[in-house]
Write a protein of this length. Structure first.
Length: 108
């Protein structure tokens, strides 16, 4: 798994945090399309969180035997930066939807 990450890093020249943001956003949009859900749905966000947790579990398993050990702070940072942009999109899309259709509830 680390070999694939190293290839990505060297091929793109991007840092780990930038790759987490970009790949997280790309995966989120793939999950939105595959699950056929609107942007305000929490299901694609949950799927992305599952993939990110698996990624961090693999990282922890690889780091377990290293001299530096497992970095909980680093894992939490990776999870946060991966989820923040898709999470903001879900919140904004939900707020926009509720603001747009608020008047419909009053007409019923």
């Amino acid at each position: 798994m680390e070999l694939v990450k190293d290839l990505f890093r060297h091929a793109t020249g991007l840092s780990d945090p930038v790759l987490h943001v970009l790949i997280g956003m790309g995966l989120y949009l793939v999950f939105v399309a595959l699950l056929k859900r609107p942007l305000r749905s929490w299901l694609p966000l949950a799927a992305l969180l599952g993939v990110e947790l698996l990624n961090e579990a693999f990282d922890a398993a690889e780091d377990f035997g290293s001299i530096y050990g497992v970095s909980i702070r680093g894992s939490l940072f990776d999870i946060a930066i991966t989820m923040v942009l898709p999470g903001a999109i879900v919140l904004c899309a939900t707020a926009f939807h509720h603001a747009r259709y608020r008047h419909v509830r009053h007409l019923r």
